[in-house]
Design a binder for this molecule. Sequence first.
Ligand SMILES: [Zn+2]
Ligand SMILES: [Zn+2]
Length: 367
Amino acid sequence: MKNLVYYLNRPGGEFEAVEEALPEPGPGEIRVRTLRTSICQSDVIIYRSGLPRIKKWPAIVLHEMSGVVDAIGAGVTKFAEGDLIALGCDIPCGDRTCIYCGDEGTGDWTSCPNTQATGHEFPGFARRYAVLPQWFVELGPIMKFPAGFNPDHACQLEPLACSLEGLTRVNNCIENRVVVLIGAGSQGAYALQSVQRMGARKVILVNRGEERLQRVLRDFGDSRVVGIRWDDAVIENVRRECLPFNEPHFVMVNAPVQAAYELATKLMGHGTVMDGHAGVKNAGGKPPILHQVDLNNDIHYKLQCYQATHGSSMHGIRLAHQFLSQGGLPLLDRMTNDTERFPATKLREAVERAADADSLKVIVHWD
Ligand SMILES: [Zn+2]
Ligand SMILES: [Zn+2]
């Protein structure tokens, strides 16, 4: 038996299929057979223009995956052959003594100076088989799903975990509250489904493009959800929907643009929590987005909170696993329609489809 690996030869280049010897898992390691990979917007960026974090080309990209444990190395007890698993993207650095990622660490992997992620510094899952090292198996974000669980759902563990990190870092800001979601892409759609499950009082979804806004409203909306076009009147239209409150309780930035941050800060009011969920990056790096805050009147007296999460820790991964395995997102299949499913032989087409203005979640099938 051979392994099949798709190397992206360079940013903007081609996926080249290479047959390699099937790797055997050593002591403490597991071998995983890929069932699904889903495409993240970061994969689109990596495919088009690369990323400073990826230092070596050709590269094995794609980080959202579900698979089956195919072989286990000596001494592995946490997993058995045949287990259906899914992985997080942010992973420990591999140093067992690390204060963030090690055996006694805090688990805040993205704070580690040697932070790494699958499909970035660590090879991704554009391959049929992968061996995960012992530290990954013992400390990393690997979640097991019950036999027969839908691998299409399992592979969305990681993007859902990222959204849930942002929704849960601050307590008491979703349940029975007015929530504004800026951006109706895949992260916006996960957030919408999650806050519905978490008992939001009202959800106001803001998006520039009409096509995707209508798709998300049609497929995931209910009586608590309204959509608002992001135009010149967006602030007054959002405020009107917040009534009888004067402003929202929670504003999540899911669009990776400076204008989304500027809009979010203008919606801050009494007790509003802002989650800067989407980072802003361009060819020149990460631009500063400056905003003046009054620590006494705004933070102390109005109880405003500015916070952010990026990526996912075990907290988000466990929560996403719980949501998925308890059927908490019953409409999840609507994230992916027939035009968003591809075989592994069409990786380039899959990534290009994920870049379309109406697309939510593209899934690649490996079996
Ligand atoms: Zn992702
Ligand atoms: Zn570390």
